[in-house]
Design a protein around this ligand. Structure first.
Ligand SMILES: Cc1cc2nc3c(=O)[nH]c(=O)nc-3n(C[C@H](O)[C@H](O)[C@H](O)COP(=O)(O)OP(=O)(O)OC[C@H]3O[C@@H](n4cnc5c(N)ncnc54)[C@H](O)[C@@H]3O)c2cc1C
Length: 811
C-alpha cells in the first residue's frame, strides 16, 4: 500500500469508483481508493440497476443524462460489460394532475435535449401490454431509461480507473482521519496509514460514520427498500418473441411502483408509504453482504394496486424478494462537494440513484477538485445546501417524507409538512394568529401569505392559480398603495471585520465598496466569471462591513469566503444567522411610519436611497437600510432577536393610521417581478455571466482586480451568449413556475427561470434566458412559453412594468 497519495477515495461502491475514474480522466493519476470489504459491498451490490433521467431539478436531470451516456465509454475503456439494457421507460399518469406534471416534465426535457414523448393510454399499452389501460389517462415515454448490471458497471469504473493509473486497496478499512499541519490528511486504516492531500467520503451506507471521523454530522439516512422478482411470465415470453426486444421500464405513480423486465419475468420495486429507516443512529461496521428480512405486508397496498394495474403480475409466482438499505439526503438529491470549514475533505454521499447519478457526481467532483470548480451548476446536489439545523431527527423525518413521496406530485405551491417547524422567530405565533400560511425558508418558518379573517389559512395545492391569488393580490395592492410590513429574518447576514476587510471584499465582489453609511448591491463571480452570489453590502464602520445575501446559500457562501480569507488574520468573517433578524416596511407611506417610530430625521435628504444607519426605532437599537426588494420606497429594519417582537408590535400599532398591511413572501416575489429584479438560484446561477444576467450596472470593471474580472471583461466585449429578459405572458389561469421552455419561430431557444403573476401591474410575468441575438425582438407575441403543455404568446418587456425610472424607491 502506498504511504502517500494525492487523493484517498473512501468507499468502493459505484460512486467511489466513479469518482476515482473521473479523477484519473481529469489528469490526477496519484489517486487511490480504499474499500473496507470488496467493491460493491455496501448498497451497490443489491441495486435493481435501473437508470433514468427524471429528476425535479433540471441540472441533476442533465447529469443523469451524462451518466447514462457514459456506459458505452466505460465498456470501451475497460473491456468490462455493464450489462446494459436500453429499453426506454414509461411514466404512467393516473390523474389529469399527474398528466399535467408529465407535460411539464416533457417541456423541461425539450430544453435539456432529452428525448421524451407524450402518449395516450392506448399507445402506452401497445408498448407495454401488461397495462390495464382503464386505470391511466396518459403516459410519457423516456427513451433514455434502461437497466444494467450493478456489479459489472462498478467494476467497469474501477478497471477504467486502474487503466488511468489509480490503485485500489480492498479489505482495508479507514478507521480514523487526522488533520496534519499544513492541512493535508492522515488516513489511518487497519492496514497502515496514507498521507493524502485530499480525502473523499464515498462511504455510502457508512457516509455518516466517515463524517463523524472529522466531527461532521451529515444529513444522510439509509432506508430499507424492497423489490421482488417474479418467475418466468408467459406474457413476457410472448412479448419478447413477437417484438424481438424487451419490455420497457414503467413507473406507476399511483401504485408507487417501478417495474422492468428481469430475464423472462418482471422486477417490481416499491416506494411504500409505510417506509422504514435502517440504522438511524449508527451503521454497524460488520454489515456487508447480507440482505434484510423482507416484509411484504409493508408493501401490500402498493402490490394490490400494482396487481390491479398490471393483472398478469398477480398470476406470476414470486421468485425472490430483495430488501436492502440505501441512503438519502432530506431532499433526495446527493450531497456533493467540499465541506465548509474542512478544507480538502470532500463528499460524494447520499446518492440514492447511483446508476443514474454516479457518473455525473464523479464528473462534478473531479472537476471541482482538479479545477476548483465543478464546471456546471451543481447547486441542487451541493453538500452546502444544508445548515446546522438539519439535525439527525430533522433528517430522519425529511428522508421518510421524501421516500414516501418519491412518486408523489410536488405542486409548485406545495409546502411539505415533515420536520416543521424547525426554526421560528419570536413572531411565529403572532403571525399564525393573524392567518399566516407559513413556508419553509432554509429551515426557518417564514410567512407566505395572510388569510383574512374568515378565510382558512391553507394552500390548495395546484398547478394553476390557487386560493391565495386574491389575498396575495390584496397584499401587493396594500404595499403599492400605502405600506406593508413583512418579516425578513430569513435573509443571510454576515459581518466582516478587520483592517483588510474592505480590500478583501472588493476583491471578491464586482462592485465598488460603499462609503461609510452607504450600501451597494453587488454580484460575486467565480474565476470563470460566472455568478456565484448577489449581495447588499453596508459599510458600518471603517473596518466593519455587513453583508446580506440569499438564505439558502449561506454555507455555500461561507465556504467561498473562508477559502479566500487572507492568511494574515486581517479579516474576520462571521455568519450572523438568526442573531440578526428584521422587518421590511415598504410602500409610499413607509417613511411616515418610520418617522413616527424614531426621533431621528428620516426625510429623503437625511436618509437617502441606499443609506445605512444605526438608529433607535420604537426604542430598539436598530440598523436601517433604505432599500427594499419590492422596488418601492422602503426600509429594512434589523435588530437583535430580543427586540423583534416589540418592534413588530410597535410597527403594527403605528401602522393603523397609515393603512399598513402584512405581506408575505409570495407578495414580495410578485412585487419584485414587476421590477425585473432577479433572484439567486433562479436567475442568478453559476451558469450565467453578469452581463447575460443584465447586472452590468453592478460590475465596475474600472476598479482594481476582482475575482472573475478577466472573464467578465471578455463577456462584456463579446456580449455573452444569453440575455436575461422579462416577458409578459398571455396566460389565463396558470402562470409559469420556472423551467418552462421558451419558443421562437417554432424552436425551443431558451428557458424560464422564474415568474408568476404581477398583481399590481395585472400581468402574468416570466423571467428567463434567451440567446442575446433574440433579446431585442420585442414584437408582440414574438415568443411563446409552454405552460402545462400549451404554448402561450409571450412578449419581452424591455423595462420594468412598475416604475421603470425607479422614482418610487428613490423618492
Ligand atoms: C434494493 C435496492 C434497489 C436499488 N435499485 C437501484 C436502481 O435500480 N437504480 C439505482 O440507480 N440505484 C438503485 N439503488 C441505490 C444504489 O444501490 C445506490 O445509489 C448506490 O449503491 C450508492 O452507491 P455508493 O457508492 O454511494 O454507496 P455504497 O454502495 O454503500 O458504497 C460504499 C462503500 O464504502 C465502503 N466503506 C464504507 N466505510 C468505509 C471505510 N471506513 N473504509 C473503507 N471502505 C468503506 C463500503 O464497504 C462500501 O463498499 C438501489 C438500492 C437498493 C438497496
Amino acid at each position: 500500500m502506498k504511504s502517500e497519495a494525492r487523493v484517498v477515495v473512501i468507499g468502493g461502491g459505484v460512486v467511489g469508483c466513479s469518482v476515482l475514474y473521473h479523477l484519473t480522466k481529469a489528469g490526477w493519476k496519484d489517486v487511490v481508493l480504499v474499500e473496507r470489504d470488496q467493491l460493491t459491498s455496501g448498497s451497490t451490490w443489491h441495486a435493481a440497476g435501473g437508470f433514468h433521467t427524471l429528476n425535479g431539478d433540471p441540472n441533476v436531470a442533465k447529469l443523469q443524462g451524462y451518466t447514462i451516456g457514459l456506459y458505452d465509454e466505460l465498456e470501451r475503456i475497460s473491456g468490462q460489460s455493464c450489462g446494459l439494457h436500453r429499453t426506454g421507460g414509461l411514466l404512467l399518469a393516473d390523474t389529469p394532475e399527474r398528466m399535467e406534471w408529465l407535460k411539464m416534465a416533457h417541456g423541461r426535457a425539450r430544453y435539456l435535449g432529452l428525448e421524451t414523448e407524450l402518449l395516450t393510454p392506448k399507445e402506452a399499452k401497445k408498448l407495454l401490454p401488461l397495462i390495464e389501460e382503464r386505470y391511466f389517462v396518459g403516459a410519457m415515454l423516456d427513451a433514455a431509461d434502461g437497466n444494467l448490471d450493478p456489479s459489472g458497471t462498478t467494476h467497469a469504473y474501477a478497471k477504467s480507473a486502474r487503466i488511468g493509473g489509480a490503485e485500489i486497496y480492498l479489505q482495508t478499512r479507514v478507521t480514523a482521519l487526522e488533520r496534519r499541519a499544513g492541512g493535508t490528511w492522515k488516513v489511518i486504516t487497519d492496514k497502515g496509514t496514507i498521507h493524502a492531500e485530499h480525502v473523499v467520503n464515498c462511504g455510502g451506507l457508512w457516509a455518516r460514520e466517515i463524517g463523524r471521523m472529522v466531527g461532521l454530522e451529515l444529513p444522510v439516512l439509509a432506508m430499507e427498500h424492497m423489490y421482488l422478482v417474479t418467475d418466468e411470465m408467459p406474457e413476457v415470453v410472448e412479448f419478447n418473441r413477437t417484438h424481438g426486444h424487451e419490455l420497457p421500464h414503467a413507473i406507476d405513480f399511483k401504485a408507487e411502483i417501478y417495474m422492468r423486465q428481469e430475464r423472462s419475468g418482471i422486477l417490481l420495486g416499491t416506494y411504500e408509504k409505510a417506509c422504514v429507516p435502517w440504522q438511524p443512529r449508527q451503521t454497524p461496521w460488520d454489515f456487508g453482504n447480507e440482505l434484510l428480512p423482507p416484509d411484504l405486508e409493508r408493501i401490500a397496498p402498493s402490490l394490490e394496486l400494482g396487481y390491479r394495474h398490471f393483472p398478469a403480475m398477480e398470476r406470476a409466482g414470486i421468485k425472490r424478494v430483495v430488501n436492502g438499505p440505501f441512503t438519502f439526503s432530506p431532499d433526495g438529491n446527493p450531497l456533493v462537494g467540499p465541506v465548509q470549514g474542512l478544507p480538502r475533505y470532500w463528499c460524494a454521499c447520499a446518492v440514492m440513484a447511483g446508476f443514474s447519478q454516479g457518473g455525473g457526481v464523479g464528473l462534478a467532483l473531479s472537476q471541482w477538485m482538479v479545477n476548483g470548480d465543478p464546471g456546471f451548476d451543481v447547486w441542487a446536489m451541493d453538500v452546502a445546501r444544508y445548515g446546522e439545523w438539519a439535525t439527525r431527527r430533522y433528517t430522519n423525518a425529511k428522508v421518510r417524507e421524501n421516500y414516501a413521496r418519491r412518486f408523489s406530485i410536488r405542486f409548485p405551491n406545495e409546502e411539505l409538512p415533515a420536520a416543521r417547524p424547525q426554526q421560528t422567530t419570536a413572531l411565529y405565533d403572532l403571525m399564525l394568529a393573524q392567518g399566516a400560511v407559513m413556508g419553509d425558508s432554509w429551515g426557518l418558518e417564514a410567512p407566505l401569505w395572510f388569510a383574512p379573517r374568515g378565510v382558512e389559512p391553507r394552500d390548495v395545492v395546484s398547478f394553476h392559480r390557487s386560493n391565495d391569488f386574491a389575498h396575495v393580490k390584496a397584499e401587493c395592492h396594500g404595499v403599492r398603495n400605502a405600506v406593508g410590513v413583512t418579516e425578513i429574518a430569513n435573509f443571510a447576514k454576515y459581518e466582516f471585520e478587520g483592517a483588510g476587510a474592505e480590500g478583501y471584499l472588493s476583491r471578491l465582489m464586482t462592485n465598488r465598496m460603499p462609503r461609510e453609511g452607504r450600501l451597494v448591491l453587488t454580484p460575486m463571480l467565480n474565476e470563470g466569471g460566472k455568478l456565484i452570489g448577489d449581495f447588499t453590502i453596508a459599510k458600518a464602520a471603517a473596518d466593519r462591513f455587513l453583508v446580506w445575501g440569499s438564505s439558502q446559500a449561506q454555507i455555500y457562501h461561507m465556504r467561498w469566503f473562508e477559502q479566500h480569507l487572507p492568511r494574515d488574520g486581517s479579516v474576520r468573517v462571521r455568519r450572523l444567522g438568526l442573531g440578526l433578524v428584521g422587518l421590511s416596511i415598504a410602500g409610499p407611506r413607509s417613511r411616515e411610519i418610520l418617522a413616527h417610530l424614531t426621533d431621528a430625521d428620516v426625510s429623503d435628504g437625511a436618509l437617502r436611497f441606499l443609506d445605512h444607519r444605526s438608529l433607535d426605532v420604537a426604542n430598539t437599537p436598530a440598523l436601517i437600510n433604505r432599500i427594499t426588494y419590492t422596488g418601492d420606497l422602503g426600509y429594512e429594519i434589523w435588530v437583535a432577536p430580543e427586540y423583534l417582537r416589540r418592534l413588530y408590535l410597535a410597527i403594527a400599532d403605528a401602522g393603523r393610521d397609515f393603512g399598513l398591511v402584512q405581506f408575505g413572501m409570495r407578495a414580495l416575489l410578485s412585487l419584485r417581478l414587476e421590477k425585473n429584479f432577479p433572484t439567486w438560484y433562479r436567475e442568478l446561477r453559476p451558469i450565467y455571466g453578469p452581463f447575460e444576467a443584465a447586472l452590468e450596472r453592478f460590475v465596475d470593471l474600472s476598479k482594481s482586480d476582482f475575482i472573475g474580472r478577466e472573464a467578465a471583461l471578455r463577456e462584456k466585449e463579446s456580449g455573452g451568449k444569453l440575455r436575461r429578459v422579462t416577458f409578459v405572458v398571455d396566460a389565463t389561469d396558470a402562470d409559469v413556475v420556472g423551467d418552462e421552455p421558451i419558443w421562437h419561430d417554432g424552436k425551443v431557444i431558451g428557458w424560464v427561470t422564474s415568474g408568476g403573476y404581477g398583481h399590481y401591474v395585472e400581468r402574468s410575468l416570466a423571467q428567463g434566458y434567451v440567446p442575446r441575438s433574440l433579446a431585442g425582438d420585442t414584437g408582440p407575441g414574438a415568443f411563446e412559453i409552454e405552460i402545462l403543455g400549451e404554448r402561450r404568446a409571450a412578449t419581452i418587456a424591455p423595462e420594468p412594468l412598475f416604475d421603470p425610472q425607479g422614482r418610487r424607491m428613490r423618492g
